[in-house]
Design a protein around this ligand. Structure first.
Ligand code: PAZ
Length: 355
């Protein structure tokens, strides 16, 4: 019987789970991308986006998924590019991507933008043109898309499973450590907290498609290792790290965000409630420890003041107004514009104050 721990440390996890077959190739491309932008003095941000899957079989037919369309990540990546960052966009395969996200087939089908013009002479091939009222928006998106391609400031990586995600994150963050303070991490992907170690799948779950003949299905999953700690302390010390916290109970947002900062010691947690995430987020960060004036003793009052959570964390709520029924395809204000502007400001100050 398989007896691995139910709570893996990051070390145990990477010693026992297999890397994705494309890892080496992905790392080489990332290394080249980082070196080019480091030479040009550009800051680099890793944006993670979309949900991870947890396969239930080795030959996978069924899997557990995490909610996320990739809107936050894809939209933010565009604003980071606009702000002059080079972006490594690590996203779930087939989730939204920068630029093409404006023309999703379900909400804004691309074919609806095109007209077939009558041929100039009988027998000539008809020309295709863009519907006049869509031209301005398309031109705006297309101009930026072409510019980003010409400058080579966007590099895309793909993951599907939580295993792919963890291996890639570790490898990319180690590569980014050469950038020191100029590296930013924007961890917006929705990552599963639970997984099935491959040994467990092979020993008592299923190599092949799980059969339904035996009635109900009982699966015990193990906890995914907490990777923020090694990310902060070992893989990329010096980077500016922003994680996201999604909750459905808004009362948990602040306590959970503070807990994450306390545990992992990174720079910012952005809290968002599921249904309000498109127009309201909260930035939580640690205040520098209040320095006691020289000569003042560590009195009970001073210690309780310094350890009171409301004095150790700062919270910054960011809210926008969005129209209730925006017309499809019309560019509206996006909260990611303000999220990215705030982070760029904080990152710049942080680089300046510590260099
Ligand atoms: O991709 P999306 O725009 O539909 O959703 C974004 C989000 C809610 C997944 C993201 O903002 C987030 O909170 N990510 C972290 C989720 C987590 O707590 O694991």
């Amino acid at each position: 019987m398989y007896t691995e721990p139910t709570t893996f440390s990051a070390e145990q996890y990477f010693a026992t789970q297999l890397p994705p077959p494309t890892l080496q190739h992905d790392v080489e491309c990332v290394r080249e991308f980082i070196a080019r932008h480091q030479k040009e003095g550009r800051a680099v941000v890793l944006v993670t986006s979309g949900g991870t899957t947890v396969p239930l079989e080795l030959n996978v037919v069924r899997f557990l998924d995490n909610f996320s369309a990739g809107t936050r990540g894809a939209t933010s990546a565009e604003y980071f590019l606009k702000a002059g960052y080079a972006v490594i966009f690590m996203h779930r395969q087939f989730s939204l991507q920068p630029f093409s996200r404006h023309y999703s087939h379900s909400t804004n089908p691309f074919l609806d933008f095109l007209d077939i013009d009558s041929p100039e002479s009988p027998g000539a091939t008809p020309r295709i043109s863009v519907t006049p009222n869509k031209r301005e928006d398309l031109l705006q998106v297309l101009t930026m898309y072409k510019d980003v391609h010409a400058r080579g400031t966007l590099h895309t990586l793909t993951f599907v499973t939580v295993d792919d995600y963890l291996w890639l994150l570790r490898a990319v963050s180690k590569e980014m450590s050469v950038l020191k303070r100029k590296a930013m991490f924007y961890l917006a992907a929705a990552v599963s907290d639970f997984f099935l170690p491959r040994q467990k799948m092979a020993s008592y779950l299923s190599e092949h498609k799980i059969q339904s003949g035996k009635g109900s299905l009982h699966i015990e999953m193990d906890q995914v290792p907490k990777i923020l700690k090694p990310l902060v302390d070992e893989w990329t010390p010096g980077g500016f790290i922003v994680s996201f916290k999604l909750e459905t109970d808004e009362n948990l947002l602040l306590p959970k965000a503070r807990q994450a900062l306390e545990r992992y010691g990174h720079q910012v947690v952005i809290g968002n409630e599921l249904h309000r995430r498109k127009f309201e987020v909260v930035f939580v960060s640690k205040k520098p420890s209040p320095a006691l004036p020289p000569g003042i003793k560590q009195t009970k009052e001073a210690i309780s003041h310094a350890t009171d959570p409301s004095n150790s964390f700062s919270e910054y709520w960011l809210r926008i107004d969005i129209p209730e029924h925006p017309a499809p395809g019309v560019l509206v204000k996006e909260i990611e514009e303000d999220i990215v502007a705030e982070l760029v400001k904080r990152h710049t100050e942080w680089v300046e104050n510590t260099s």
